[in-house]
Design a protein. Structure first.
Length: 749
């Protein structure tokens, strides 16, 4: 009875994260098949949980990677025959030798799962090498130069072999050396860490999805939880640099940003906001004498503020609130430090109530959590500081400020980390080789649903001078990444203020393009929440049987309709950079050349510094913003780019931007259908607080001949309401402000 109550309490805690996410770690009894020391749970036709415990103690609580097992029971059969148990679903056939020991020793004698891949039978057995795994991600890019971090990538959920295994066995090490734990009960409303019920048990999730990669990710988030949507402002431009800025210097930066008409939404206060060394909690008032005033001023400029934390050294005796925290923790009077022990509920409660809450009351919008590489083995053997900090800080914010979306900026802590957006990739070196590997790294992280990596655009450490072209190419790539944040270390001479560069006009255009694409980006973020398919994803999601899709590591899809092939090397003597691009089957609009290209082939081209090679899928409708300076206001006009070459459609997603109400249905969608030379904007569906009643549109028909006439809702439009650009072959139509519940049709005649 006590165990049942604990499970119910955990379910309530997890449910509070969003009413739309019904999470229950205990599977339906109808999905479970037991056979002595083995237990199998059929979760989907392609996914079976495999457990083995000599004590017959089977984990039914949530674990770090898996928080929900209460799925609709798929169709399956079971039978025992000739000493074997057979479980058959619509996709898999499992055969288990009753009484056999299941472990990681390579053997097909005790357990085997078979399925069909591309017309051929494929088999898996424990210990089989997944040499074709498509990988996931890793804790950090600290020290990345070129692709030297490739060997550190953990296995992901997808494989060209057609199968993958999630190993939640308590003894299995994660990529950072930690192990997984259970959640049991709660502390102040937060699901809390607990020891596994049987530390020697086997706990695997076999995934036999073949090359149905998107389906595999969609089913994974059913058991592991969704990728929450970050606040809209997070997708804008961040200014960040590890440097001891004074209040005046921070304000000078913002004033320069505004003077130069640079869009921006986030200001980072790196670690020098505090006294002490790496770990600190007390404002350095010699640099920032009035923290509340400075943060309030930032808010008045439309900016959000984040502070950098390196919490591992605890709280020293010269920090604010030390005496109160020492007494809370009942430490001796002569104690010089309150140790950092976030696995202790008492420490969490007091530390956050005393210190974290005090800084949040001063206006801090979210935390950047770093120095998370340690294990908390002194207190709880095998528990990762990385994963546990992420879980606690994220959920604390969820509980303490329910009127905002929770958000932290942190390192990857293994499977399950996708529930706590967003990621900080670490301290890479400023080289073209480093830049060249990041498209692969970022897209591949989607294989574990970690879809919001934020890189140090421009690189973190550099040994030479500031290279304007390298910075530009990094920023151009950054436009098409999840988080658009410049950063660098505090070495003398490294410059990240884009207005200080000779090619500032080109750098500024990257920021403007990022904001222009924001409606498209935000809609793709909603897709990631719904489907598990991240904003940046490899080409093989769409073209799994095309060999080239696996080998073009420097290309990726950005949402459904944009293929990005960034320039990743320096220009030659002619001022142009060569690159080779593979376009998949279909037709693609080459943005740089203003023309359609046939896919299914590879081509080479050269690009001047202003040019960014990216391609729009034929038939797509790309929804864009007009020029903006931040994301605090909703524009009353949108720009719709209609891509030629096929019919197609798009959906614009909108919500309140920084509340959890989207989980309960507070959002709208606007469907747009492109047929021939006509675009129809259908009436908006749904509702949310603050949604606009009316909207105007600028519709850009790309790659067209000059029309003889243009009609709006069947009415011919006079000159001045549309124009034609012969250089880009674009017809632009200006649709006046119209109620969002009315249908609009624009046709080129």
């Amino acid at each position: 009875m006590k165990r049942l109550f604990t499970l119910m309490a955990l379910m309530v805690c997890l449910l509070s994260a969003g009413a739309a996410d019904v999470l229950n770690p205990q599977a339906s009894p109808d999905a479970v098949v037991s056979a002595g020391n083995a237990r199998f749970t059929v979760l989907t036709p392609e996914m079976i949980r495999i457990q083995y415990s000599t004590k017959q103690l089977f984990e039914d609580r949530a674990t770090f990677a898996v928080v929900n097992r209460r799925l609709p029971v798929p169709r399956f059969t079971q039978e025992q025959r000739d000493g074997y148990l057979y479980i058959t679903t619509d996709a898999l056939k499992l055969k288990y030798k009753i009484g056999g020991v299941i472990n990681s020793t390579p053997s097909a004698d005790v357990l085997i799962v078979s399925f069909t891949l591309n017309g051929r039978q494929t088999t898996w057995y424990p210990g089989k090498d997944d040499a074709l795994n498509l990988k996931g991600t890793t804790r950090t890019l600290d020290g990345q130069i070129g692709d030297n971090k490739r060997q550190e990538l953990e296995n992901g959920l997808l494989s060209r072999a057609g199968w993958a295994v999630i190993d939640e066995s308590p003894r299995t090490q994660r990529g950072d050396g930690s192990t997984t734990f259970a959640f049991d009960g709660d502390v102040d409303g937060m699901p809390w860490v607990a020891e596994p019920i049987d530390k020697d048990a086997v706990d695997w999730y076999f995934m036999g999805y073949g090359h149905q990669y998107k389906k595999a990710l969609g089913d994974y988030i059913k058991i592991a939880g969704r990728q929450p949507m970050p606040p809209l402002y997070v997708l804008g431009y961040w200014y960040s640099k590890y440097q001891r800025y004074t209040s005046q210097e921070f304000m000078d930066i913002v004033n320069d940003v505004k003077r130069n008409q640079i869009p921006m939404d986030v200001m980072i206060f790196d670690m020098d906001w505090h006294t002490q060394g790496w770990t600190g909690w007390t404002w350095d008032r010699t640099a920032i004498p009035d923290p509340e005033g400075l943060i309030s001023w930032m808010h008045d400029q439309g900016l959000k503020v984040s502070l950098n934390l390196h919490p591992a050294d605890g709280v020293d005796d010269d920090e604010d609130y030390f005496q109160e925290l020492r007494q809370d923790m009942q430490l001796p009077q002569d104690a010089k430090v309150v140790p950092w022990n976030l696995s202790d509920p008492k420490f969490y409660h007091n530390m956050f109530n005393r210190i974290i809450r005090a800084r949040e009351r001063q206006g801090v919008d979210f935390w950047w959590i770093d120095w998370q590489q340690n294990l908390t083995s002194k207190y709880m053997t095998g528990l990762s500081e990385t994963f546990w900090c992420n879980h606690v800080f994220y959920n604390d914010m969820r509980l303490q400020r329910p009127d905002h979306r929770p958000l932290i900026f942190h390192r990857w802590g293994g499977l399950g980390s996708h529930r706590y957006p967003i990621g900080f990739s670490g301290d890479s070196f400023t080289t073209y080789g480093t830049l060249a590997w990041q498209p692969y790294f970022t897209a591949t992280a989607s294989n574990v649903c970690f879809g919001y990596w934020g890189h140090d655009l421009g690189g973190h450490q550099q040994t030479g001078g500031n290279d304007p072209e390298l910075y530009l190419r990094w920023m151009q790539y950054g436009v098409f990444t999840p988080i658009f944040r410049t950063h660098a270390t505090n070495w003398e001479g490294i410059e990240r203020r884009i207005w200080k560069y000779e090619n500032f006009p080109l750098l500024l255009e990257t920021v403007r393009l990022r904001y222009r694409l924001m409606p498209y980006i935000y809609t793709a973020c909603r897709q990631a929440y719904d489907t598990g398919v991240s904003l940046c994803r490899p080409l093989y999601y769409e073209w799994p049987e095309e060999n080239q899709a696996y080998h073009c590591e420097d290309e990726y899809m950005f949402g459904d309709d944009i293929l990005v092939a960034p320039v990743l090397k320096a220009s030659g003597a002619d001022g142009r950079a060569q690159r080779t691009t593979w376009l998949p089957q279909g037709r693609w609009y080459d943005v740089c050349r203003h023309q359609l290209r046939d896919g299914g082939k590879t081509f080479s081209d050269s690009y001047s510094q202003p040019e960014i090679p990216y391609f729009l899928r034929a038939g797509a409708v790309i929804v864009c913003n007009p020029p903006l300076l931040n994301l605090n206001t909703r524009p009353d006009r949108l720009v719709l780019q209609v891509v030629p070459g096929a019919d197609g459609q798009a959906s614009l997603y909108e919500d309140e931007g920084d509340t959890e109400a989207y989980k309960d249905g507070a959002y709208t969608t606007t469907r747009m259908v492109h047929t021939g030379n006509s675009l129809t904007i259908e009436p908006r569906q749904g509702t949310f607080s603050g949604m606009p009643a009316d909207r105007a549109y600028t519709v850009e028909f790309l790659g067209t001949d000059k029309p003889k006439a243009v009609s709006l809702n069947g009415q011919s439009q006079p000159n001045g309401t549309w124009n034609y650009n012969e250089l880009t072959r674009t017809t632009t139509v200006y649709v006046p402000t119209t109620p969002c519940n009315k249908q609009i049709t624009v046709t080129l005649d």
